[in-house]
Design a protein around this ligand. Structure first.
Ligand SMILES: Nc1ncnc2c1ncn2[C@@H]1O[C@H](COP(=O)(O)OP(=O)(O)OP(=O)(O)O)[C@@H](O)[C@H]1O
Ligand SMILES: O=P(O)(O)OC[C@H]1O[C@H](OP(=O)(O)OP(=O)(O)O)[C@H](O)[C@@H]1O
Ligand SMILES: [Mg+2]
Length: 415
């Protein structure tokens, strides 16, 4: 599902520097480690323009920026190969390669410092290893056609640009959420929700709520969307959870997965404070899909392989024998149980046994796919209708006739 974040919002914030003139007890000057976003009036437009400048700076001379959906110019001709961007390092890197491997797409990277690689199964595609944020920037600039990155990075660096299309939004790794967190002590001890935080009398134009975040687009946008006026942002590259205890910020807006880092730094999440849920996604450039030869076919193949693997990943095949007079009678019995319908319905086939030298049918084999979560429940239901000798095995791939995400993609592209 495409993420849609409007680009035209504008928002004014009190400057970080104005806060240092206040006499509020929790005020501490900014530290060089947590640099305030450098402008006296932070506006979304300003942040966006800075991001646009960053994006355009990495666009090659032959190409121009196409941010804001302008279609005037990025050339998609000039190269034959489709380019897939994968995270070059960090926690998404190995998982991306593992996922492709599970889809029988083997990325041949001779050594980890080599930033380009091939996938023999996709001869028209080359892999480029990049930092996740650069994958998004390069999709926008036309230097990559496809990429695997977290939805958080798509939101932050894609900023709702319509040229970015989310082809698969749930690749089942890199789960985390972007969330606002506040100290669980002092003036915040009894604050449990964003509403309560916003209503605290401490925040004024002169002394705004100070939030440390690496998400300098999504952070201000979230605050604006929630009507929080007196807020200012500072940014840093990591270990943001230290900011409140150091007196540099009142709150942080950062990724959370296990919650351990928050807990270890005496911080807590609050109701209404989740900006977005994230996991790894397959993202594409709209222009590449519509204009680059072979790109749509390649994304179709990658999508099919991903869907077949991911769908199978959550399922077991269950085989059981059931005594019965005929297949329909067995089917009737099986259908009385809610968890035994399988993907399309149970497959029921005769089991041929030899009795007194004659081949007879007394048993029927039932084959169904069941969600892993519902395995035990399904086995109990099978037993309840006379199933015995239950065999359970993993499913490697489930290829549907056509994946719903493919139809969605075509309709999104207007095809
Ligand atoms: N606990 C988590 N913290 C941060 N990111 C996570 C977490 N769990 C999953 N992710 C996903 O992994 C992506 C990459 O995170 P990672 O920490 O590897 O890189 P980074 O923070 O951008 O860079 P670095 O930490 O090297 O400066 C995130 O954008 C997010 O989508
Ligand atoms: O909820 P948890 O499981 O504790 O994970 C959350 C932490 O992980 C990330 O930091 P990372 O490890 O990437 O370090 P960084 O701050 O240097 O990026 C994120 O920025 C949080 O600090
Ligand atoms: Mg990190």
């Amino acid at each position: 599902m495409p993420i849609s974040i409007p680009l035209n919002a504008t928002l004014q914030y009190s400057s970080p520097s104005s806060s240092s003139s206040s006499s509020s007890s929790s005020l501490v000057p900014s530290s060089p480690l947590f640099s305030p976003i450098p402008s006296t009036t932070v506006s979304l437009t300003g942040i966006r323009q800075r991001c646009l400048r960053m994006v355009t700076s990495c666009v090659s001379n032959a190409q121009k920026s196409v941010l804001n959906g302008a279609t005037d110019s990025v050339s998609v001709v000039g190269r034959e190969q489709i380019r897939l961007g994968l995270p070059s390092k960090g926690r998404m890197a190995a998982d991306s390669l593992d996922l492709l491997k599970d889809c029988q797409l083997f990325v041949k990277q001779v050594n980890p410092r080599q930033y380009v690689a091939q996938i023999p199964q996709l001869p028209n595609t080359e892999v480029w290893f990049q930092r996740p944020k650069d994958i998004v920037r390069k999709l926008l600039s036309g230097d990559l056609d496809l990429g695997i990155v977290g939805l958080d990075i798509v939101g932050e660096f894609g900023q709702g640009n319509e040229d970015l299309i989310i082809v698969h939004e749930a690749l089942n790794f890199g789960d985390c959420h972007l969330s606002l967190a506040i100290p669980n002590y002092g003036i915040f001890e009894n604050i449990k929700s964003l509403k309560e935080l916003a209503q605290m009398p401490q925040w004024t134009e002169e002394r705004p709520l100070r939030v440390a975040t690496g998400f300098t687009y999504l952070g201000p946008k979230f605050m604006k969307d929630n009507g929080i006026k007196h807020v200012t942002f500072s940014t840093a590259d990591g270990a943001l959870e230290a900011a409140p205890a150091m007196g540099i910020a009142d709150a942080i807006l950062d990724l959370v997965s296990s919650g351990t880092t928050l807990k270890e730094n005496n911080l807590k999440e609050i109701e209404g404070g989740v900006v977005l849920e994230s996991q790894a996604a397959l993202v594409a450039s709209r222009r590449a899909l519509t204009e680059r030869k072979g790109a749509l076919e390649t994304v179709h193949e990658i999508l099919e392989r991903l869907e077949a693997h991911l769908k199978a990943n959550g399922q077991f095949t269950v085989v059981a024998n059931m005594r019965g007079t005929d297949a329909e009678e067995v089917a009737e019995r099986v259908k009385t149980q809610p968890s035994l319908s399988g993907l399309q319905g149970p497959t029921i086939s005769p089991v041929y046994c030899k009795r007194d030298g004659k081949v007879t049918i007394e048993y029927y084999a039932i084959v169904i796919c069941v969600p892993k979560k519902a395995l035990y429940e399904s086995v109990q239901q099978l037993r309840a209708v006379g199933g015995s000798g239950v065999l359970v095995s993993p499913v490697t791939y489930i290829f549907d006739e056509e994946t719903p995400r493919w139809s969605q993609l075509l309709s999104n592209l207007g095809l």
